[in-house]
Design a protein around this ligand. Structure first.
Ligand SMILES: *Cc1c(COP(=O)(O)O)cnc(C)c1O
Length: 367
C-alpha cells in the first residue's frame, strides 16, 4: 500500500457536485473578482473565527502584509516573531521594510517562547507576530500579557490553524487581528491562492479592505498607495462550500492524530506537543528523529510520503540572514529544523494507511 503525504483529490471527489455548481454559478454571473460569494465567505469565516470582520485577499502572505501595514508597521520598525515558520511570515515583515526580531521557540512545542519576549521589546517594536505552527495554538495569554503592558498589537499567523482552540476560544480571535492562508494544502484550502485577515477592530478591517483594493476609498480615488490583493470570486465560492465541511475534516485530523499518538507511544519519540489548554487542528503531524534522512529514505522505499517543515529556519536562509541572528543564536529553532519529519496527515487518511506508516517507521527506527 502506498501512503501519500497529502491527498487533495479524494476530498475534491467528495464535494465535486456542489463545487461544480458553485463555480458554474460564478462563471455565469460575470463577477469574477470579489463580489457576493467573497462577501458571504468573509462573513462566514469571521464568524467561524469568533471575529466581527473578515477581509479576503489573494494569499496568506498578502494577509500578513496588510495586517502589519494596517497597524502602521513601516520602515525601520521591529516585529517580534519566530524563525520556525514558513518564510512568508518573515517576507511580510520585510515587505513593510520592517525588521524581523526573532525569539526562540519552546522546544516542547516549537511555539514562540513567551519567557523570551519581554527582553526583546524595544522602542521600535511595532507588532508581535506569533505563529500557530502545525495547527498548535501559541501560548496567547502569556504573549498578550506582555504585549498589553507595552501597548503593542499582537497579530496571529494562523495560516496553519483554522479552527484550532485555545482555552476554548478560536484561533483568529486571540490577538488584535489574525491572518490565514487558504493555499490548497492548508486545512481550509482554495483551488488556487487565497488568504484572509480577521479582526474585531472596525478601523483595522476598513484599512485592510482599502489596501487590498489599490488604497481606494471610492472608485478611482486613492487615498493611499495600496495593492492588488483581491480574492477571486471562484475562490470565495469554493471556500464558502469548504468552510461548511471544515469542522468534520478537523475532527478527522484530530482522530488521525490520536491514532498516531497512541501507536507511536511505545516508540518514545519526541513530538512537538500542543499546549494542554489548546486543541490543535494538526495541519502537520511531525515527529523528531535524529537520523532524519535515513528514516525518510526508508519510508520512501516503502512508498510512504513524508515532508520536512522546514529544513532551514528562516534566520539561516541565504536570503534572510542578518548579523543580529547568526547560526547558534536560536538553538531550539535550529535543532528542530534538523530533526523534524512530517508524517502523512489529511482528513481522509485511513486507519490502514496509518498502520502502514507506523509499521514502516518502527522498522526504520529499529531495523
Ligand atoms: C502558508 C503559510 C503562509 C503563507 O500563505 P500563502 O497563502 O502561501 O501566501 C504564512 N505563514 C504560514 C505559517 C504558513 O504556513
Amino acid at each position: 500500500m502506498t501512503v501519500p503525504f497529502l491527498d487533495l483529490r479524494s476530498q475534491y471527489k467528495d464535494i465535486e457536485g456542489v463545487i461544480l455548481s458553485e463555480v458554474t454559478e460564478v462563471l455565469a454571473s460575470g463577477q469574477y473578482v470579489l463580489g457576493e460569494k467573497v462577501e458571504a465567505f468573509e462573513d462566514a469565516f469571521a464568524n467561524f473565527c469568533g471575529c466581527q470582520f473578515g477581509v479576503a485577499v489573494n494569499s496568506g502572505t498578502s494577509a500578513l502584509h496588510l495586517a502589519l501595514r494596517a497597524y502602521g508597521v513601516g520602515p525601520g520598525d521591529e516585529v517580534i516573531t519566530v524563525s520556525s515558520t514558513f518564510v512568508a511570515t518573515i517576507a511580510a515583515i520585510e515587505y513593510c521594510n520592517a525588521v524581523p526580531v526573532y525569539i526562540d521557540v519552546d522546544p516542547q512545542n516549537l511555539l514562540m517562547d513567551p519567557a523570551k519576549l519581554e527582553v526583546r521589546i524595544s522602542a521600535k517594536t511595532r507588532a508581535i507576530l506569533p505563529v500557530h505552527l502545525h495547527g498548535h495554538p501559541a501560548p496567547m495569554d502569556e504573549i498578550n500579557d506582555v504585549a498589553a503592558r507595552y501597548g503593542i498589537p499582537v497579530i496571529e499567523d494562523a495560516s496553519q490553524a483554522h479552527g484550532a482552540l485555545y482555552k476554548d476560544r478560536p484561533v483568529g480571535s486571540l490577538g488584535n487581528a489574525a491572518c490565514f492562508s487558504f493555499y490548497p494544502g492548508k486545512n481550509l484550502g482554495a483551488y488556487g491562492e487565497g488568504g484572509a485577515v480577521v479582526t474585531s477592530d472596525a478601523a483595522i478591517a476598513q484599512k485592510v479592505r482599502m489596501l487590498r483594493d489599490w488604497g481606494q476609498v471610492k472608485k478611482y480615488q486613492h487615498s493611499e498607495k495600496g495593492f492588488n490583493y483581491r480574492m477571486d470570486a471562484i475562490q470565495g465560492a469554493v471556500l464558502g462550500v469548504k468552510l461548511r465541511h471544515l469542522p468534520t475534516w478537523t475532527v478527522a485530523r484530530q482522530k488521525a492524530a490520536k491514532r498516531y499518538l497512541d501507536q507511536l507511544d511505545p516508540l518514545a519519540l519526541k513530538l512537538p506537543a500542543p499546549l494542554s489548554e489548546s486543541q490543535s487542528v494538526y495541519h502537520v503531524f511531525a515527529i523528531r528523529v535524529p537520523e532524519r534522512s535515513r528514516i525518510q529514505e526508508c519510508l520512501a522505499s516503502k512508498e510512504i510520503g513524508t515532508a520536512i517543515h522546514y529544513p532551514i529556519p528562516v534566520h539561516l536562509q541565504a536570503a534572510y540572514r542578518s548579523e543580529c541572528f547568526p547560526e547558534g543564536s536560536l538553538p531550539h529553532s535550529e535543532l528542530a529544523a534538523q530533526q523534524l519529519l512530517s508524517l502523512p496527515m489529511f482528513p481522509e487518511i485511513t486507519e490502514a494507511q496509518q498502520n502502514e506508516v507506523v509499521e514502516a517507521l518502527c522498522e526504520a527506527l529499529h531495523g
